[in-house]
Design a protein around this ligand. Structure first.
Ligand SMILES: [Zn+2]
Length: 98
């Protein structure tokens, strides 16, 4: 099930070219951040994250940002970032096209 959702998110990301945190904020997406070690999932508000990172780092490629993200659960540095609609209240977002 998770794999299907990942594919869904990736398709959407490809369409909108969400390459940076700045793009996520501008397009109105949250970041769905999954820890590469414990698979803990967090939703991060892109606008708040943009402020937290600062102007320079919010323009970093998302691959570079996700390598810096630290898991609040296990402390592992390194996560997987996908897109989630800002109105979505769920960790899993199959209805994000509404
Ligand atoms: Zn973790």
């Amino acid at each position: 099930m998770t794999d299907v959702l990942w594919m869904f998110h990736r398709v959407r990301m490809g369409r909108f070219r969400l390459d940076t945190v700045h793009d996520f904020a501008r397009r109105g997406y949250n970041l769905r951040v999954e820890c590469r070690r414990c698979q803990r999932v967090m939703l991060a508000n892109a606008v708040l994250l943009q402020i937290e990172l600062g102007a320079a780092r919010s323009k970093w490629p998302i691959e570079r940002v996700q390598a810096c993200l630290k898991c609040r659960g296990c402390g592992h540095r390194g996560a997987l970032v996908t897109a989630c609609r800002i109105t979505c209240r769920s960790n899993f977002c199959p209805t994000s096209n509404t």
